[in-house]
Design a protein around this ligand. Structure first.
Ligand code: MN
Length: 242
């Protein structure tokens, strides 16, 4: 019998004023194509649910979505902050804390990297344009399709991201107005844009914890580095279920 595929829990999104969980099929496509079996999680999870999921699943993907409530990183709501979901914040912070304590492989995308940074004690820019002065103001909300790269990131040498992509520079897409401000003390910057905005974080000495500000799932069919990222994550999850 063939080996079972790694099971990856995918956090669901919900649009403003909606109650239905939803996701972009591109996350599921990228995971499936990389050899995993993705499962979309409910929007509401108790602590006991999260513990049970950690017993059953081999890894977690924290997906993109709305802003994170500024109270989560100790700030007032500033002008420029966007819409958010208190339910999603609560569920994802709970799930992350339990999955992280269990050292589960974690890939975090866009809102996901902001969630990971917040959960571990870092802070965010609530709005890049309102809170930063940049000599080279890169458009982090690109004016065209996110299936096309819009800016570059410099990858930190010797980082996990470098080991995975084997590139010093990556072409990435960009669909965010929040960003990591102060990284959590336990996290390392693994990539940054030319305007200084942090674009990826990882936790050294953790089996696999990587967060990227771009959307590799939308570059999966066009960029080798996006496929390498999902492949490395799924392999880390595979070693969990053997
Ligand atoms: Mn960007």
């Amino acid at each position: 019998m063939s080996q079972p595929k790694p099971l990856i829990g995918v956090t669901a999104s919900l649009a403003e004023n909606q109650t239905d969980p939803c996701t972009s099929s591109s996350y599921l496509h990228a995971l499936s194509e990389s050899g995993a079996l993705p499962l979309l999680l409910p929007l509401s999870l108790s602590k006991q649910d999260c513990i049970q999921l950690c017993n059953m699943l081999d890894g977690f993907l924290f997906t993109g979505g709305p802003d994170i409530h500024p109270f989560s990183f100790g700030e007032e709501t500033l002008e420029g902050c966007g819409s958010l979901s208190a339910l999603r914040d609560r569920t994802e912070l709970l799930l992350f804390s339990i999955a992280h304590a269990r050292k589960k492989p974690i890939l975090a995308i866009c809102r996901g990297v902001q969630l990971v940074n917040t959960a571990l004690g870092g802070t965010l820019y609530q709005d890049i344009r309102k809170q930063t002065e940049r000599t080279l103001p890169i458009a982090h909300r690109q004016p065209y399709s996110p299936s096309v790269p819009s800016h570059h990131v410099n990858v930190t040498p010797d980082s996990l991201l470098y080991k995975i992509t084997t590139s010093e520079t990556l072409e990435v897409n960009s669909a965010h107005h929040q960003a990591v401000h102060h990284p959590a003390l336990s996290l390392r910057v693994s990539a940054a844009a030319f305007d200084g905005i942090i674009e990826a974080l990882e936790q050294p000495e953790y089996p696999f914890l990587l967060g990227v500000q771009w959307h590799p799932e939308l570059l999966f069919d066009s960029q080798a580095h996006a496929r390498a990222l999902f492949s490395a994550f799924v392999e880390a999850a595979r070693s969990e279920n053997t």
